[in-house]
Write a protein that binds this ligand. Structure first.
Ligand code: FAD
Ligand code: NAD
Length: 476
C-alpha cells in the first residue's frame, strides 16, 4: 500500500512546525480542506504546560495533561499529515524545510526535505542558562514532560539518599536542600508544589528527615513574580514565609557545581557578596532562550538582524523580511509576554486569517470565471453581472481582516498550601486576589482549559487520588 502522503496539486502546502500552544490553536480552528496541511514536530502530543509543575510531585500524572496530535488531527474535516521529526533548517529562499527523525528508532530514511507554500513557525523556546557554567550539567529544567519526570525521580532520590545508613547530618542537610533558581511563575509554582509534597506526604512517610527539608527560591531581581501586582507579590512572599520557603532576592547565580551553587547577593547598602549554597536538587527556571532553528532562520533574513528575543513579526504575524512565513508563540516577537495565552490567541488568529485567505482566493477565482462567461454568453449578461457584483461584495467583506489584537484575560499562579494568586481582567479594570478561594478558581479555570474532556476527567481523578491516597513516592 502507498502510505505516502499525496498532496492535492490544486491546494497550497501549509507546513506547521510544532505541536505546542500556538500551533495546536491554529490546527484546532483551521479549515484543513483548504490546504495540504503538514505538521512537523518531534513531540507527537500537545502538552498543557500550566499543570506541568503538579507533575513533578505526582499530584497529577503526566499522561493526564498530554493530548496525542494524532487524536487532534483525526477530528479535522480533511486529513492532515503529521511527521514526528525536528525541523533542522528552513530554506526561505527555496521554500523547503529540512526535517530529521531524532527519535531512538530510525528507519533507513531519517532525514529529508518538505516543500512549503506557506510556513508557520511555532517551535517555542529553549531554557535560558545565560551561559552560566555548570547549569546544563547539574540542574533540572521544567519545560517538558521528561523534565517533570526527572524532577519527580530526583526528589525521592535525594530523600532516600539522605535516609541512607550513617549519613552525616551535614550531608543530610545538603541533600534535603531543594533550590529553585528563577522567581518567575515557573519557579514559584514549583516551589509551592514541592513544599506541599513534603508537608502532605514525604514528612509522614520519612519522618527522620523532616527537620532537614528546606526549599529556597533564588531570584536576581528585588522581588518574585514581576508580572503580578505589588499586592500579590507581597502576598506570595508572606505565604512563602509561612510555608518555610526561603526567598533570596537580589541574588544572581553565577556558577553551578554538582553540590553547590555560587551566587552574588546585593546587600541593602549596595555591597555585593559571593555566597555558596549547597543543594541536593537544583531546578533552573530562568525563562526562555532562542532555539537554534530560529536563530538560523533569523540569520538568513536581513530585516531580523536587530531582533534579539525571537522572530520579529508584523501585526498579521508575518515574519518580517520573509515571504510566506508566519510565526506564533514563544519564538515570535509581537510585543507580548511569552505565555500560553498569547500563543493560543495568535494560533487562532492565523487559523482565521488562513481560512479567510482560502475563501478570498475561491471568490476571486469565481469572479474571474464569471467574467470569462460574460464574454461567451452575452445573452445572460445581466444575471452574470449581478452575480459578479454580489461575489465582489462578499470579497470586500471578508478581505477586510483586522490585525492581530491580544486580549489579556489575566494571570494566575499556584503558590502552595492550597492558595493561588490571580490578576484577572474584569470589565475595564483588574481584580487582584489571593488565597484559598482563588485556589478554587485556579483549579476550575485550569480544569476548564484542559485540551479535551478526557484530559479534564484524568486531571480531576488525579486530584482526588492524591487527596485520598497521598502522592505516590515510589521512585521510577
Ligand atoms: P510550546 O508550547 O513550547 O511548543 C513548541 C512546540 O514546538 C513543541 O511541540 C516542540 O516539540 C516543537 N518543536 C521544538 N523544536 C522544534 C523543531 N526544531 N521543529 C519542529 N518542532 C519543534 N503560560 C500561561 O499563559 N499560563 C500558564 O499557566 C503557564 N504555565 C506554564 C508552566 C510551565 C511549567 C511552563 C514551562 C510554561 C508555562 N506557560 C504558561 C508558558 C507557556 O507554556 C508557553 O508560553 C507556551 O507553551 C508557548 O507556546 P508555543 O506554541 O510557542 O511553544
Ligand atoms: P520568567 O522569565 O518569567 O522568570 C525568570 C526569572 O529568573 C526572572 O525573574 C529572572 O530575574 C530570574 N533570573 C534570571 N537569571 C537568574 C540568575 N542567574 N539567578 C537568579 N535569578 C535569575 O521565566 P518562567 O517563570 O520560566 O516563565 C516563562 C514564561 O512563561 C513567562 O512569560 C511566564 O509568564 C510564563 N509562565 C506563566 C505561568 C502562569 O501564568 N502561571 C507559569 C509559568 C510560566
Amino acid at each position: 500500500p502507498d502510505i505516502q502522503f499525496q498532496p492535492d496539486p490544486s491546494k497550497k502546502n501549509l507546513v506547521v512546525l510544532g505541536t505546542g500552544w500556538g500551533s495546536v490553536a491554529l490546527l484546532k480552528k483551521l479549515d484543513t480542506e483548504n490546504y495540504n496541511v503538514i505538521v512537523v514536530s518531534p513531540r507527537n502530543y500537545f502538552l498543557f504546560t500550566p499543570l506541568l509543575p503538579s507533575c513533578t510531585t505526582g499530584n497529577i500524572e503526566h499522561r493526564s495533561i498530554m493530548e496525542p496530535v494524532r487524536q487532534i488531527l483525526r477530528s479535522k474535516k480533511a486529513s492532515a499529515m503529521y511527521y514526528e521529526a525536528e525541523c533542522t533548517h528552513i530554506d526561505a529562499e527555496r521554500k523547503v524545510i529540512k526535517i530529521s527523525d531524532n527519535s531512538d528508532i530510525k528507519g533507513d530514511v531519517n532525514m529529508t526535505e518538505v516543500p512549503y507554500d506557506m510556513l508557520v513557525v511555532g517551535v517555542g523556546a529553549e531554557n535560558a542558562t545565560f551561559g552560566i557554567p555548570g547549569v546544563r550539567e547539574n540542574s533540572c529544567f521544567l519545560k517538558e514532560i521528561k523534565d517533570a519526570q526527572a524532577i519527580r525521580t530526583k526528589i525521592m532520590d535525594c530523600v532516600e539518599t539522605a535516609g541512607f545508613k550513617n549519613q552525616k547530618p551535614e550531608e543530610v542537610s545538603r541533600l534535603m536542600h531543594m533550590v529553585v533558581v528563577g522567581g518567575g511563575p515557573t519557579g514559584v509554582e514549583f516551589a509551592g508544589e514541592l513544599r506541599d509534597f513534603f508537608d502532605e506526604d514525604i514528612k509522614k512517610l520519612v519522618p527522620q528527615i523532616a527537620d532537614s527539608f528546606k526549599v529556597t527560591l533564588v531570584e536576581a531581581l528585588p522581588n518574585v513574580l514581576p508580572m503580578f501586582s505589588k499586592q500579590l507579590i507581597d502576598y506570595t512572599e508572606s505565604t512563602f514565609k509561612e510555608e518555610h520557603i526561603e526567598i533570596m532576592t537580589k541574588t544572581m547565580v553565577k556558577n553551578v557545581t554538582d553540590k553547590y551553587i555560587e551566587a552574588e547577593i546585593t546587600r541593602p547598602d549596595g555591597k555585593k557578596e559571593l555566597t555558596r549554597i549547597p543543594y541536593g536538587l537544583l531546578v533552573w527556571a530562568t525563562g526562555n532562550a532562542l532555539r537554534p532553528l530560529v536563530k538560523d532562520l533569523m540569520s538568513q533574513i536581513p530585516a531580523q538582524k536587530d531582533s534579539r528575543r525571537g522572530l520579529a513579526v508584523n501585526e498579521y504575524l508575518v515574519v518580517q523580511g520573509a515571504r510566506d512565513i508566519w510565526a506564533v508563540g514563544d519564538c515570535a516577537v509581537a510585543g507580548y509576554a511569552p505565555t500560553a495565552q498569547v500563543a493560543s490567541q495568535e494560533g487562532a488568529f492565523l487559523a482565521r486569517l488562513f481560512n479567510n485567505m482560502a475563501k478570498t482566493e475561491a471568490l476571486e477565482a469565481k469572479v474571474h470565471e464569471l467574467s470569462s462567461t460574460l464574454n461567451v454568453q452575452p445573452g445572460n449578461s445581466a444575471q452574470i453581472v449581478q452575480e459578479i457584483e454580489s461575489t465582489e461584495r462578499q470579497l470586500r467583506r471578508i478581505k477586510d481582516i483586522k490585525p492581530f489584537h491580544y486580549s489579556h484575560q489575566g494571570s494566575l499562579a499556584y503558590i502552595g498550601s492550597e492558595k493561588a494568586v490571580a490578576d484577572v481582567a474584569w470589565l475595564n479594570g483588574n481584580i487582584a486576589s489571593g488565597g484559598k478561594l482563588t485556589y478554587l478558581f485556579w483549579r476550575s479555570a485550569y480544569l476548564s482549559m484542559c485540551f479535551s474532556t478526557r484530559n479534564r476527567v484524568l486531571v480531576a481523578l488525579d486530584w482526588i487520588k492524591a487527596k485520598v491516597y497521598g502522592r505516590d513516592v515510589s521512585r521510577e
